[in-house]
Design a protein around this ligand. Sequence first.
Ligand code: 13P
Length: 252
Amino acid sequence: MRKKLVAGNWKMHGSLLDNDTLLNALNKGIAVLGNEANCAVCVPYPYLAMVQSKLQGTNIKWGAQNVSQHEKGAYTGEVSAVMLNDFNCTYVIVGHSERRMLYGESNQVVAEKYLTAQKHKLVPILCVGETLEQRDSDTTEQIIEEQVNAVLALAGVDSLSNAVIAYEPVWAIGTGKTATPQQAQDIHHFIRQGIAKQNAEVAAGVTVLYGGSVKANNAAELFAMPDIDGGLIGGASLIADDFIAICKAAHS
Ligand code: 13P
C-alpha cells in the first residue's frame, strides 16, 4: 500500500505575516489527521527557516521549489542541496513546468537537479506534464516518457524508491481546468507501466501525485483513482481550510 502525499507548492507567494497565520492554521488542522498520509509544504527559499521553526515536531514536512544541479560555486542566485539540508528540508520540487517553460530548464538539467537532490538525501518531486498543444497533437505520452526517461537514464530506475513523481498537465495548472480523474489516472497508469518495464517492484511502490487545479471539492475523487497517490497543490495550498480539506481527503 502506497502512502498518500499532499504537497503544497506555494510558488512565489507568501510573507512573514501571511505565512505565520497560514502555518498556525495548518498546524492545528493537520495535527488531528494523524499519519496515515503525508502532508508537506514547498515554500520560497527565504521562508525555509520559518517553516523549519514552525513545523519541526509536527506531522507536516517541508521543502523547496527548486535546487541547483551544482554542488557549490560561482552560480549567482542559485541555492544548493546542501543549503536545503541546513533547513532540514525533506522534499524539493524539480522540473516544475514553470521552471521548464519560463527558465528554460531542459530534461537534462532537470535530471541533473534530481540527481543532486538525491545525492544529498532530499526527496525530489519530479514534475512532468504536457502542454495543451501537445495533448491536442496526441503527443502526451511521448512527452511524459521523454521527461521520465531523461531522469531514469541519469539516475537509474532504483532512484525512484526515494523520489516522487508529479503529473501536472500544463493546461490544468492555475486554470481551474482539472484533468478528469480518468484522464489523470490514464497518465498515471502510463507512467507506472513505463517504470515497470525496468523494475516492477519500484513501479508498484513509487508515489505518483496529480497536480493542476486540485481543490477541496475535487481532491477526493482524484485521490480515489488506483494510480493517484495524492496531489501537488498550487493555489489551494495558500488557503488553510482548503489545504486542510485536501489533506483530509488523502487520509480517507
Ligand atoms: P494549481 O493547483 O494552482 O493549479 O497549481 C498546480 C501546480 O502547479 C502545483 O505545482
